[in-house]
Write a protein that binds this ligand. Structure first.
Ligand SMILES: Nc1ncnc2c1ncn2[C@@H]1O[C@H](COP(=O)(O)OP(=O)(O)O)[C@@H](O)[C@H]1O
Ligand SMILES: [Mg+2]
Length: 571
């Protein structure tokens, strides 16, 4: 048995004798394979072992906590019931109809029968290839470079009854379907709840088309949100008639209702109804595209009511796919037409108007858009030809933020920078899509700056893919320095094998641009790689090359020097 499962005889004996009752998950997997158990049997064994490890209810589920109250809908119970029968359920419906909110509510109430509930927002994932790294990152799945991430995620989930919620999947349905299909096949205890405007198109998918609210629920939502902006508001029967009218005009779409309700204390009931009638086009039809139009028209109506300066801010902030702090907004969005001093108040006004939402992350407030609103604002930004300028400023700001790392490396700074990883990934992907050399070089600088930030997040796979994607587009002549430094920075992500392949490109570029110390670092790493492969001569060559590149001080007092010394120690 020990031989077949590649475990030590002692490990098997201690399990048999009961001196060890809670085997590690790798041990259980190996045992299951050696015993030739079916997939179902293996899952049962793994589940039993997981409970024995006392980890039957790991806590890190990452369910975001909305700041606003939830208005009860009958669909919560329906969806929860369906999840007991179907392992893949997709909630579809137009933007703003309440898919995300209801998925969260279902997940929140469904702590049984699941050990584990994971909530993954796919919005920041702009490129479908990056779903797996993104999911792995959130689940803290560590996979060695090059290893199949689908397999690694499946291994991680398999022992537990898990509910995986994939929110906002519409822009990458095909890749989401591939991941979900593979996970459902490998993890018999897994259930997946998806929210998406489009179906995944997976054969086992059960579709739940979320309708807009019914009238009483819509009224409740309007009242709750209106009262949140002004506690003294009261509702008599006359006002309630107007509100019912407004909700009908808005097709009972929660997001549209929230936008309208936030205005009532300023505009008054009749004026609000009048303006809505004049401001948004109603088709009266209840089919999906029409509702879509209503939503777009309501956002447009709401943003047209903004002052010119607030509208400019509203559009510019849409570059922050991963959310933003006030300081980030000030650094990226301010210019002559939008003074820096006006931004804090502008952001608050946008929150009051339900166009953006604030959430407390650690000790500071981060702001973000709901997805339909951000894409509307981004479209306006493109119409005004501001996307390039603003994205470049975002990239520049990201680079600037990482400069602090050279001066201090406090844990707080890492936490702060880590919350920008979604913005970093989105910017790099955007830059690559522009195909514009200078823009790609700028994104390269940002990735270099963030090279150590992802430690502890398991976003290795994603960073690695971004690095390779940039290297593929970058010509050495675009910026020899950035190409060389990017390869050097990628030492954190690549295998020794890959590093050996990349060195031929990096070393001449780094030497030519005066980065002797980074070159020495590459040699030191390659020496360790060759050492592991038993190539004594190559080890000596790399150590000699590294030593020759460093001054006496650098040898004792620099990163590369440290890297070299530790290499000499292992030799
Ligand atoms: N049942 C509900 N109770 C309270 N607020 C809701 C409810 N449903 C939706 N909302 C609010 O309406 C807005 C849009 O909902 P969301 O779930 O983001 O829509 P979708 O995901 O379909 O685009 C959000 O601000 C959300 O909090
Ligand atoms: Mg959503």
């Amino acid at each position: 048995m020990a031989e077949r499962s590649r475990l030590s005889a002692r490990a098997i004996a201690s399990l048999e004798q009961g001196s060890r009752r809670a085997p590690y998950s790798d041990t259980v997997t190996a045992l299951g394979e050696a015993l030739g158990l079916s997939q179902n049997e293996r899952a049962q064994l793994e589940e039993a072992a997981a409970s024995a490890r006392g980890r039957s209810r790991p806590e890190a589920s990452g369910l975001p906590a909305p700041l606003t109250s939830f208005i009860e809908r009958t669909e919560v119970g329906e969806i929860a019931g369906l999840l007991l029968k179907y392992r893949l359920l997709t909630i579809t419906g137009s933007g703003g109809v309440g898919k995300t909110r209801i998925a969260l509510e279902v997940a929140r109430r469904l702590d049984q029968p699941y050990h584990n509930i994971w909530f993954v927002d796919l919005l920041p994932v702009r490129d479908g290839k990056q779903i797996a790294p993104h999911v792995a990152g959130l689940l803290d799945v560590r996979a060695d470079a090059g290893r199949n991430l689908f397999v690694a995620i499946a291994r991680h989930l398999r022992p537990y009854r898990t509910l995986l919620v994939l929110d906002n999947s519409e822009h990458i349905v095909a890749d989401a379907a591939a991941l979900v299909g593979s996970l459902l096949r490998d993890c018999p205890l897994l259930t997946v709840l998806v929210t998406s405007r489009e179906l995944l198109g997976h054969s086992g998918e059960f579709t739940f088309r979320l309708p807009p609210m019914n009238e009483p629920t819509a009224l409740d939502l309007f009242l709750a949100r209106a009262k949140a902006t002004d506690r003294s508001l009261y509702f008599d029967s006359e006002r309630l008639t107007v509100v019912a009218d407004i909700c009908r005009e808005l097709d009972y779409i929660p997001l549209a209702i929230e936008l309208a309700a936030s205005r009532v204390s300023v505009l008054g009931f009749d004026e609000l109804r009048k303006r809505l009638k004049g401001g948004i086009s109603f088709t009266g039809s209840r089919d999906l595209p029409a509702r879509h139009q209503t939503m777009g028209a309501t956002i447009s109506w709401s943003s047209d009511l903004l002052t010119d300066m607030d509208r400019l801010l509203f559009e510019r902030l849409s570059v922050f796919i991963g959310g933003f702090t006030l300081a980030a907004a000030e650094a990226v969005c301010a210019d002559a037409s939008l003074p820096v001093g006006s931004i804090a108040d502008g952001v608050l006004r946008l929150v009051q108007k339900s166009l953006i939402e604030g959430e407390l992350v650690e000790t500071s407030t981060r702001y973000r858009y709901l997805e339909s609103i951000r894409s509307f604002a981004w479209e306006r930004l493109s119409t005004n030809c501001e996307v390039n300028g603003m994205m470049l400023r975002l990239i520049g700001w990201l680079v600037q933020e990482t400069r602090l790392l050279a001066l201090q490396t406090s844990p707080e700074l890492f936490v702060k920078l880590r919350s920008e990883l979604d913005n970093l990934a989105a910017s790099v992907n955007w830059a690559i899509a522009t195909g514009h050399a200078a823009t790609i070089v700028a994104a390269g600088r940002a990735l270099i700056g963030f090279r150590r930030v992802h430690y502890g997040t398991s976003r290795h796979g994603e960073m690695r893919m971004l690095g390779f994607a940039l290297l593929e587009k970058l010509q050495d002549g675009d910026s020899p320095e950035v190409v060389g430094r990017l390869i050097s920075a990628m030492a954190a992500y690549v295998t020794g094998e890959e590093q050996a392949g990349l060195k031929a490109r990096a070393i001449p570029l780094l030497i030519a641009t005066g980065h002797a110390s980074l070159t020495a670092d590459i040699h030191a790493r390659l020496a360790r790689h060759e050492f592991a492969r038993g190539n004594a001569n190559a080890v000596e060559e790399h150590i000699a090359a590294a030593s020759a590149l460093l001054t006496r001080e650098e040898r004792t007092d620099s990163r590369a020097g440290f890297s070299l010394t530790s290499t000499q120690c292992v030799r």
